[in-house]
Structure formats: structure tokens, C-alpha cells
Design a protein around this ligand. Structure first.
Ligand SMILES: NC(=O)c1ccc[n+]([C@@H]2O[C@H](COP(=O)([O-])OP(=O)(O)OC[C@H]3O[C@@H](n4cnc5c(N)ncnc54)[C@H](O)[C@@H]3O)[C@@H](O)[C@H]2O)c1
Length: 521
């Protein structure tokens, strides 16, 4: 526990040879064969820049100010985003204000829309299952948030499965109510899932499709009218997804889609007063918005995610491979990336660390198994590393904060602990402020029990195959230990984030025969 090693991800082996790997997938990518698309993903370049528009009150709009994005792989200006500035927010504020608090639908208002969203989801899920459409989105993600084809495809597949999950009657089942018999004849109480009405969704750069698409659909399913703002660096992906959803039957004025900087979005939130905002991003912005919005917010914020290797050493190669994937896939730019690895001393005696290093060295820029880090400079990472290497002990107050700072890149802390030092490890994870994902790698049931029973992370994998990353549509993903914590993916997440409880107590009589006015109480 006193000694630690900083493993600084990997360095790129080579720059891509031109952009030749773009041509390595031989599916048809003609823009004309994808009916909703307005960009040709392979053609976007300095000479043919793509444009990203805003959608408000049912109409796609440009802007007087265009933000030009640079290709993260070669620095060429390649995408122009129509950004709304503070002077242009009024149409967005008006659009949101038009939606009543009781939403666009609820169990007593236009229940047909639950079925409509079941149909839209079925169609959109089918569209994403078509190889040329899934390739289109995978490649579009790669262009703006460089990650390997497999990692980008993962986002598309999770979104596809999610949409399939909420096809047919599954949207109306989300709004399932319940009833309890009352105290007398004619009285019954019913609990309903009620929308918030006007809502906002703000999402970061690292998952350009999965996070905004899943949260957007959840908001719509429950009857809300969302304004969606995705980080402009990657918003082209969701702009094209909006067009796919329209193609699959989404009414054009159900969602407003805006490109802006954070400050402008902050102003919209203050003026439009959405009843609920879902924010996914850094804790710094999350905490500011929680105050500005007087608590009407749910958060998926920073992740400083830990993995504890228990005393039972087994399947060393497998555990090393999962560590490499958890720490370095997507260049460590996942909120669930492994930030800190605690190894039991039995593991320190193995060659685990050198195996992780060997696996990390296989990564290369050519296939984007390692890629550009979009919000952190190499200099800042190296500086952080050299500060960390001076520290003799993690748990001291002034060093602890430095050690547990989230570095959104291929960066992790590796440390070990002795058999009697588990309480110190548990103290270290107790003191962290973000409790998103965790992994307890052990098949010793007593060890698992002790670690799980003394920690809180919202998405915790337990067992020999435990990982920190992985946010598929089939399990809850989100932080725990914070009443503001949101979730994504499952029916429980959708109901928690996008609806509130409403109780209707029917009391229709009849009055008891011979009822008389009783004395005051
Ligand atoms: N918990 C999760 O599920 C999850 C998922 C992905 C990323 N993250 C976290 O996101 C962070 C990385 O993303 P980032 O650097 O893009 O985060 P960020 O907080 O800088 O930005 C997130 C989004 O908020 C917007 N924004 C910024 N300031 C704003 C303001 N004042 N008002 C309204 N909107 C504002 C940005 O434009 C962007 O769209 C990491 O901390 C990571 O752990 C968390």
C-alpha cells in the first residue's frame, strides 16, 4: 500500500499511413444508400467539410456563427457546426416553454404515443442492425472520437439492442401503474409514472451515440419533451441519429437539438427552466448545474474507478488482458476506465504488471486501439505522473487528492497491499468522491462479501472475470451513494431518471347509508 507504480498508458507507435485504414472495410458506404444521412462519412475532409445543424420547433436550422472542428487525426478543419450563441437562444427557450409539466403524453393523455414509441424503437433498432447503417455510425464515431472499430461498433450495437428492448409494448410497460384497495367502498389509490414535461439532456464527447441516444429515448418514452445538447466536438453523430429517428417516425417537434458551448447552454437552462436536466460529464460542471438548477438535476459525473485483486491468484493472462482493456481501450477516455488497481501481495509476486505492459504495447494508432486524447495534453499527463512518483504514501490527506484525480486518458495508478492491509484499501475507496464503477477480482466468496459490503459503487463487477468498463443495455450503469445519481440503459434507469411518482386516490363513494356530519376533529 505504500509503494505504487504509475503506468503511463502507451505511446502511439506510428501515425496512420495517410488515412488508408479508412478503406479497410468494404461495405457500401454511398450516402445515397442510407436514406436519412446528409453526410458521407468517408468523404468528410478539409476540402469537403460536413455541416451540423440545429433542430428547433420542428425545423433544421443553420447559424450565423459556425464552429470549425479539426480532424483529431490530422488537424485538418473538417466539420462545421452551426453553434447557437447567447443572442440566439430564444427559439429554444420558447419551444421548451410550450411543453406543459404534464408532458406530451401520460397515462391519461394520448396513451397512443407509448405505442408510437414502441414502433419507432422497433424501426430504429432494425435500421441500426443493417450493416451499412451500423458501419456508417461506427465510422462516424471513429472520425470524431477516435477509437478502434470494435469499440465504436460496440456503441452502435448497444444502441440497437436498447431500441429492440423497447419495441412493441415495452414502452407502455415502463409506465405500468399499481393500485391498492382503499379504506371504504369506492376508494382506491393508484401509483403512476408521470413525466416532467420540458427536460434537458447534456452529454459529453466520449460516447457520441450511446449516451445521448439512450437518454433521449428514455426521456421520450416517459412523455417528456427534451432539448438535447451533445458536446459539439462529436455532435455530428447524434445529428445524423436524429435524422434516422425522424425517418423511423419520430415527430419532428418532439425534440429540439442544439449545438452550443457550455455557457450558452447554461443560460438556456436558466431561462427555459426545464423541470429535469440529465447531465453526463465532469463533476465540476455537474456541481455548478446542481446549484444553478436548484437540485432539479440527475447526474452521471466523473469516474475514478477502482479494481481490487483479491488473494486468490488465477487466470493471470485473462486478468492482465481485462486490466489492459479497462485502462487503455478508447485511450482511457471512458468514465468507467480503470483508474486505480489495488493488487493483493499474492498478485505482486506474479508477472501481472509486465503482462499488462506487454499488452499495452500492442496498441497502435493505425487501428486506433490507442488514439488522440481529446481533453488532456501529454504534457499535463507527464507532469501529473512525475508528481505522483514523488509520493511515498497514498492515504495522507495532501497526497490522496492528487492520487485520486481523474485523468481522462490512458493513465492508471497501480499499487499493492499486504494481507492485513485490506482495511486501508477500503478506507482509500471510501474517501473517493465519485462512486461509478468498480471491480472485485476474486472468486473467494468471503473476500467478495467483505469488499462489496464495505463499498458503494453503483456498477460493481464481482468475480474472477470482473471488469470496470462495460455499459451494455442489459444492466444498470450509473453512480451510487448520491441522491442526484442517474442511471442509463435499463427499465429501472429510465423510470428513475425520466419520470416521477404520481398518486391518484379515487374516492367516488357511495357514502354510508344514514351518514351524518360528525363532531369536528
Ligand atoms: N458517469 C457517466 O456515465 C459518464 C459518462 C461519460 C463521461 N463522464 C465524465 O465526463 C467527463 C468527460 O467529459 P467532458 O470533458 O466532455 O465533460 P464536461 O463536463 O466538460 O462537458 C460535458 C458536457 O457539458 C457541457 N457543458 C459544459 N459546461 C456547461 C455548463 N455550464 N452548462 C451546461 N452544459 C455545460 C459541455 O459542452 C458538454 O456537452 C469525465 O469526467 C467523465 O468521467 C461520465
Amino acid at each position: 500500500m505504500y509503494r505504487f507504480v504509475v503506468c503511463r498508458g502507451v505511446t502511439a507507435k506510428a501515425r496512420p499511413k495517410g488515412l488508408s485504414w479508412f478503406g479497410s472495410f468494404n461495405l457500401s458506404r454511398s450516402i445515397h444508400s442510407i436514406p436519412f444521412a446528409t453526410v458521407d462519412v468517408e468523404e468528410i475532409s478539409g476540402s469537403q467539410p460536413a455541416e451540423v445543424h440545429n433542430l428547433v420547433q420542428g425545423k433544421w436550422k443553420g447559424s450565423s456563427s459556425w464552429n470549425t472542428l479539426l480532424d483529431p487525426l490530422n488537424g485538418e478543419p473538417f466539420i462545421k457546426v452551426a453553434e447557437v450563441d447567447e443572442a440566439g437562444i430564444q427559439p429554444y427557450v420558447e419551444s421548451l416553454s410550450k411543453c406543459p409539466k404534464h408532458g406530451l403524453h401520460n397515462p391519461f393523455k394520448e396513451p397512443e404515443r407509448y405505442l408510437l414509441f414502441g414502433d419507432i424503437s422497433a424501426k430504429a433498432g432494425h435500421m441500426l442492425s443493417l450493416p451499412k447503417v451500423s458501419d456508417f455510425f461506427t465510422r462516424l464515431i471513429q472520425r470524431v472520437a477516435p477509437k478502434s472499430y470494435q469499440q465504436a461498433l460496440g456503441e452502435v450495437q448497444v444502441t440497437q439492442k436498447f431500441l429492440e428492448n423497447f419495441s412493441g409494448d415495452q414502452v407502455r410497460f415502463l409506465a405500468r401503474s399499481f393500485g391498492i384497495p382503499g379504506n371504504h367502498l369506492g376508494q382506491q389509490s393508484h401509483g403512476f409514472r408521470w413525466p416532467y414535461g420540458p427536460v434537458a439532456i447534456i452529454t459529453p464527447f466520449n460516447f457520441p451515440l450511446e449516451i445521448p441516444a439512450l437518454q433521449l429515448m428514455g426521456a421520450l418514452y416517459m412523455g417528456n419533451k427534451p432539448i438535447l445538447k451533445v458536446d459539439s466536438k462529436v455532435s455530428i453523430v447524434m445529428e445524423q441519429m436524429m435524422r434516422l429517428l425522424h425517418y423511423c417516425g419520430l415527430p419532428v417537434d418532439d425534440v429540439d437539438f442544439i449545438n452550443s458551448d457550455g455557457k450558452t447552454m447554461n443560460k438556456i437552462l436558466l431561462e427555459a427552466n426545464p423541470r429535469m436536466t440529465l447531465f453526463t460529464g465532469s463533476s465540476r460542471v455537474a456541481d455548478k448545474l446542481a446549484v444553478d438548477l436548484k437540485g432539479r438535476i440527475k447526474l452521471e459525473d466523473a469516474g475514478f474507478d477502482w479494481k481490487i485483486l483479491g488473494p486468490d491468484v488465477q487466470e493471470e493472462d485473462y486478468v492482465a488482458w481485462v486490466c489492459d482493456q479497462d485502462a487503455y481501450a478508447c485511450s482511457g477516455q471512458k468514465c468507467s476506465a480503470q483508474s486505480m488497481l489495488f493488487m493483493h501481495e499474492n498478485w505482486s509476486r506474479t508477472s501481472l504488471v509486465s503482462k499488462i505492459r506487454d499488452l499495452a504495447e500492442r496498441r497502435n494508432l493505425e487501428d486506433l486501439t490507442i488514439g488522440p486524447v481529446l481533453t488532456f495534453t501529454t504534457e499535463a499527463m507527464l507532469e501529473h505522473m512525475s508528481k505522483l512518483l514523488q509520493i511515498p504514501e497514498i492515504l495522507k490527506k495532501n497526497t490522496y487528492e492528487l492520487v485520486t484525480r481523474e485523468i481522462f486518458g490512458p493513465f492508471q495508478i497501480v499499487t499493492d497491499y499486504k494481507r492485513d492491509q485490506l482495511p486501508m484499501v477500503l478506507d482509500a475507496v471510501e474517501r473517493m468522491h465519485a462512486h461509478l464503477t468498480a471491480a472485485v477480482v476474486s472468486n473467494d466468496p468471503l473476500f467478495l462479501q467483505e469488499v462489496i459490503g464495505n463499498t458503494v459503487n453503483g456498477t460493481t463487477y464481482a468475480g474472477l472475470r470482473a471488469r470496470t468498463t462495460g455499459a451494455p443495455q442489459n444492466h444498470w450503469f450509473g453512480p451510487a451513494g448520491d441522491p442526484r445519481g442517474a442511471g442509463i440503459g435499463t427499465p429501472e434507469a429510465i423510470k428513475l431518471v425520466w419520470s416521477c411518482h404520481r398518486e391518484i386516490i379515487y374516492d367516488v363513494g357511495p357514502l354510508p347509508r344514514h351518514w351524518e356530519i360528525p363532531p369536528s376533529t
